[in-house]
Design a protein around this ligand. Sequence first.
Ligand SMILES: C[S@@+](CC[C@H](N)C(=O)[O-])C[C@H]1O[C@@H](n2cnc3c(N)ncnc32)[C@H](O)[C@@H]1O
Length: 222
Amino acid sequence: MSFCEEWDVTYQQGSQMSVWPWSDLVSLVMRYARPLSKEFRVLELGCGAGANIRFFRELGVQYYGIEGSSHIVEQLKKRFPELENQLVAGDFTKELFFEGDFDLIVDRSSLTHNPTIDIRECLNMAFDKMKSGAKFIGIDWFSMEHSDRHKGRPVDDDYTYTDFSEGQFSGIGKVHFSDAEHLKDVFKRFNILHLEQKIYQRVIPKTELKFASWNLVAEKMS
Ligand SMILES: C[S@@+](CC[C@H](N)C(=O)[O-])C[C@H]1O[C@@H](n2cnc3c(N)ncnc32)[C@H](O)[C@@H]1O
């Protein structure tokens, strides 16, 4: 059985099959964590349909991924047989599974589908598995400013919502919405190097949706 049931169903239905690297992730990796050797070790939390795998394979680094949908992990192992032992179906808020420390941990919109207590637990484990000077790059952590937040109901804590009646988050379980102070708090063991909020409002075709999310780069200092 999959840990992330809603995501497993989503992938089995062929939805959310993002397979090209996310441009913000590419930009921030190249700016803050450009790999200098083939020994560079990267861990991706919630690799989903593998959008960022080809980017890291192209860089020639050692890539590891943890993902809650066992269905998509099986698909990924077929697409990337060389990563058979470096892709794990599991809950990254409970265990980080792999031996050894990492130079970079990335997460694009995955931790932001968990409640605060689990995010803190995962970031503590991540911190402990990072080399000194290693970076954590978080892309698209949803913002409190996102207009679809109001389509869900609060659950677990002040930042987490679920049961979205419609819109971008319908059918995918819990979504965590952050403000800058909350991010500074959950990343308090790290040195935050970069924090930006993206707010998009499409004009043509017109939509009422206000998309808002955070990108963050944090460093382990000791
Ligand atoms: C929005 S998708 C992002 C997928 C991928 N990072 C991307 O950007 O294309 C969120 C992913 O995080 C995974 N996820 C969320 N919480 C998780 C957890 N606690 N443990 C493992 N995977 C988790 C889900 O299964 C899903 O694949």
